[in-house]
Write a protein that binds this ligand. Structure first.
Ligand SMILES: Nc1ncnc2c1ncn2[C@@H]1O[C@H](COP(=O)(O)OP(=O)(O)O)[C@@H](O)[C@H]1O
Ligand SMILES: [Mg+2]
Length: 471
């Protein structure tokens, strides 16, 4: 997807701004933080709660009789440390200002590795709600090496977005620390974090063209780069060359998503945060964009954290997958580690297909697996089932359990069989269509002989699989 030399060109444009560095209003390059020379600093963020916050700010401004919304917008821009943009941004909507507040770009020094090294230590975020204290993030440690891709994966409400917002500086932690390289970034202002952010809603400025959207952050900061060239480079990077003059409403969802990505990258962030960036798109477009995103972030070298509840997305994109549940990390590791060696019953149940059987059933007893006391059930992957169609006493050195093929379901590329043991316990067994046509051609009612290696089994009790948020 990436034209040769494009990433290099984008990197060079970062370097070309080195000599024109301009300190921002809230300098982190001061002596106390000199270990953290800054370059470009950008945050682009707009989500529902940020919108609510903006609306509340505006209401407060109106209630206090502080003039028109335009005046308010000027103040908002000033608060963000940006001069008022001219030209296409002269008639900013509230949404624009909101984007702009979080869109500050500051430019100082150069010579840093491309991606930030992000370390999260003992991170806690509790929300006070009518029902009590809500533990959205309840003690989380994560290490994200520079220029790697980390996926936060977990059920809805498990705290993924909250952690992302904490890293962006959009939420203040209840406890814990965030380090960017060697800097304690816990209290760093949003606009000082060198972060680019893409939200599911994209938050494009609707009355600006695609190019204007991408150039927006560069213009408000008056960054000394060729804005048109940079926008053109970014459009090429996200494969939207020629669409710069269109308005967001004239784009498909996938194209808008790519504009949002280009806008987030315009400021050369050292950390890219993506919250369910493909959530609103259909499966085919998701897959295409996923491939593009991977190539782009790899070529630019930006450290990337992506929040998703889509397993395929997480395992395909990430170097490191962090499995969230109830504000805690269940497991963190490479996609391979998580799939092959799930650390907890929750991970085993959440990732991939599993069979769950009573701990005392025939299959478990005959396998020789000994569940610990109090663990009522045992899980294993359907892919760990071995079977023989002929009677054998042992298979792979293990005593078999007889079963009957109870159902056969044609799932297109796969065949799914339900196997019923003589104690009425049922399990699922899937094979590819090609296998089903050859060695695994099973007929309903047929007797078969099954083993599951004890090493593939994991005991658990039902409470360990719960994902309801904790209050
Ligand atoms: N501002 C808030 N006030 C109260 N509860 C919140 C707030 N933000 C998030 N939560 C709660 O924290 C939990 C985790 O939310 P979130 O991080 O958005 O989950 P995820 O992104 O994993 O779906 C959710 O149950 C959510 O309702
Ligand atoms: Mg979320």
């Amino acid at each position: 997807m990436l034209p040769a030399g494009r990433a290099q060109a984008l990197r060079s444009s970062r370097d070309s701004t080195a000599c024109a560095a301009k300190p921002g209003p809230r300098s982190v390059g001061s002596s106390s933080r000199s270990s953290f020379p800054r370059r470009w600093v950008a945050v682009q963020a707009l989500d529902t709660s940020a919108l609510e916050e903006q609306q509340q700010q505006q209401q407060a401004a109106q209630l206090n009789g502080n003039g028109s919304s335009t005046a308010h917008q000027h103040r908002a821009a000033a608060a963000a440390g940006v001069s008022r943009p001219s030209g296409p941004t002269a008639t900013l909507t509230d949404e624009d200002v909101n984007g702009m507040q979080l869109d500050g770009i500051q430019l100082e020094q150069q010579q840093q590795p491309t991606g930030l090294y992000v370390r999260v230590r003992g991170m806690v975020k509790h929300f006070n709600t009518a029902k009590g204290v809500f533990k959205a993030v309840d003690g989380v440690d994560v290490d994200i090496p520079p220029s790697s891709i980390c996926a936060l994966l977990g059920p809805s409400g498990s705290g993924k977005t909250t952690l992302l917002r904490l890293v962006a500086g959009l939420e203040l932690p209840t406890g814990g620390k965030i380090y960017f390289d060697d800097l304690d970034a816990t209290d760093l202002a949003v606009q000082d974090r060198q972060v680019g952010m893409v939200f599911q809603s994209y938050a494009l400025f609707n009355h600006m063209t695609v190019s204007e959207n991408i150039k927006f952050g560069l213009q408000v900061r008056k960054l000394p780069v060729d804005h048109d060239k940079r926008a053109a480079d970014l459009l090429e990077l996200v494969q939207l060359t020629g669409l710069g003059d269109r308005y967001p409403r004239q784009l498909s969802g996938g194209q808008r998503q790519r504009v949002a990505l280009a806008r987030a990258l315009a400021s050369n962030p050292r950390l890219l945060l993506l919250d369910e960036p493909f959530g609103a798109l259909d499966a085919v477009v998701r897959k295409q964009l996923r491939a593009g995103l991977k190539e782009i972030v790899r070529s630019v070298g930006v450290t990337t954290i992506i929040v998703t509840h889509d397993q395929e997305e997480a395992f395909d994109l990430a170097d490191q997958v962090v499995i969230f549940n109830r504000g805690l990390i269940e497991q963190s590791g490479s996609p391979n580690e998580i799939i092959k060696r799930p650390a907890t019953p929750f991970v085993m149940g959440f990732v991939g297909d599993t069979n769950s059987v009573p701990a005392g059933c025939m299959l478990v007893r005959r396998s020789g697996f000994n569940p610990r006391l109090g663990k009522a059930r045992v899980m294993f992957r359907p892919s760990d089932i071995r079977l023989s169609k002929e009677y054998v006493a042992t298979l792979d050195g293990q005593q078999v359990t007889p079963a009957t093929v109870n159902e056969a379901a044609n799932m297109g590329w796969t065949m799914k069989y339900t196997l019923k043991f003589d104690d009425d316990v049922e399990v699922e067994f899937s094979v590819t269509r090609a296998q089903a046509d050859k060695e695994f051609k099973l007929d309903v009612g047929q007797r078969i002989y099954v083993v599951v290696p004890p090493s593939a089994m994991m005991e658990f009790d039902e409470t360990e699989l719960g994902s309801a948020p904790i209050i």
